[in-house]
Each structure stands twice: as structure tokens, then as C-alpha cells.
Design a binder for this molecule. Sequence first.
Ligand code: SF4
Length: 216
Amino acid sequence: MTTTKKPAAAKAAAKTTPAAKAAGPKKAAKPAARNPAAKKPAGPIQVEAIDARPEFDLFTYCELAGETRLEHDLLEELEPRFDDWSAKYLRAYRITDPAAPKGGGHIVLWLEEPVESEIEGIWQDSPSAGMSFHNLAIHMVMSAAQALVPELADKGCAPLPKPTAGVLKAFEKLGLVWNTEGTVNRQFAVFTRSPYSDGCSVCILRPKCPNARDDD
Ligand code: SF4
């Protein structure tokens, strides 16, 4: 996040201005010395649509769903649904905010609302089938994120950084609403740094996460 605090030196200069006026004739001000270490203003935020390529992986899906085997009929439904959702409803963007740490790169991806309604409808008929498709949607966004940020595959989750003011504006333009508890207004979504950096230490879920680690 950027701050708008005045630097201490500037505040001191503002306070001493009247005394300086009374002290005598004005001298011509020296041109400010160049400070090579001075920060350049951050550039504009960039938002770019990217190609997300999730892949259905039976082993990963079963692990996520806590199943050791799947009924053939269910499997026959899962795979086509995965392809259909991926083609129609998966959105992915790269957001680069030069004011954010580590180059400011992030990815955000999500499944659009019709997927949520579809799963809700399945749930009404059969809660267990609803849960299977709910897990399918999670598998899809995680698989897409892992294809873009390979380190996430080892980690098994995606560190969730606090979005900067610039990233929040980008969300708004994309129709996403950030909630303070660390979610957006889409049920199946991933937001994380890209390239991967700093692991759990930047994740806002860390205080309540039983899997948080200090070693990355
Ligand atoms: S704190 Fe928890 S959710 Fe966040 S990256 Fe670490 S393990 Fe994942």
C-alpha cells in the first residue's frame, strides 16, 4: 500500500518557513541536488487477460475430494463438465502493480456465476453430487493456477497476499469485489503473486491456517 505521509524533513521545512522569512534578504534557492537513490514514481497498473489451461487429474481430484475411488457414472459426468466450464466460464488475468513488492506481479482467476448456480442446482437434487461438482470447481481453479505458477503444485494451496490499492482498482474494473476476510465475490477464485514469492509469510490467512509454515 502506498502512504501519503509527508516526509519528516518536509514537515520541518514547513514549520520553519516564517522564521526564515524574518531572518533577512532572500538568497536564491540552490537547485535541489540529484539523489540517485530517490524513488521513481511507480508506473501504471497493468491488467492483461491470460490463457488459463487447467487439466483434469483424477488422482488430484480424488485427493481433494477425500475419495479413494469414483463411480464410473460420476466420472463420466465430471470430465465433460470440466471441459465445458473451462471453455465457457474460466477467467484469468495478470495484474501488475509496480507499487507492490517483488515486481508487483499477480494472477487472479475465477469461475463465473453460472457455475455457482449450476452447482447449487445439483446440490438441491443431491447434496453428495453437489459436493462432487463443488470439488471439481476447486480442482479447476487450482489446476489453472498451478499451470501458471508451478510452485503452487508442491504447496497445495496459493498464498493470498493483501491486495494493494492499485490491485483493488483493477479488481473493480474486472467486476470483482474484495471482502475484508480475504475473498472476492466469486465462490471459486484464486488470487496470488506471480511469479511465486515468499510463501506463507505473505498470506493473509496465515494467522488462522493450521498448515502455515515458516520455511518459505
Ligand atoms: S498460510 Fe496456509 S493458506 Fe496461506 S499459503 Fe500458507 S499454508 Fe497456504
